[in-house]
Design a protein around this ligand. Sequence first.
Ligand SMILES: [Zn+2]
Length: 149
Amino acid sequence: MLQPPSTNRWQQKIPKKDNIFLRRVIRGRLPVRKVLLNLVANIPDTKCPLCTEPEETIPHIFLKCTIAQFSWLRLGLWWKMAIPDFNTMEDVWEWLDNCKIQGKFKKHLWVVIIAILKSIWETRNNKVFNEKEKTKEMVFEGAQAKAFN
Ligand SMILES: [Zn+2]
């Protein structure tokens, strides 16, 4: 398995709390519905809470869901980069490892990517637990604000 950038050279740049979150994303241990179904039997359904996709998986919520797709598109426009259509989280780390930008910008891009993942996850949890909705613009703007904190 490919190691995400967080576990090697950029680890020290990331707050501990973010590292824990990332490890759970990487190891498939975030409680998305499809993961929960394997742990407990009484999950009412495995539908994505944010769209109509029948299975909420980690790659779906962070890469394929409408809010995720919008965030990756906006990231590409913001950074003036072609962002590929990622299918797995490993695709993201591999792309970041190989993308031809200067080291200091790459570190910042990594911080932005973590902020996007966190913003998506918070939005998802707010919908599931508090019935609060956010627009895809709000999700991306939330990630931008987080990246600069
Ligand atoms: Zn979805």
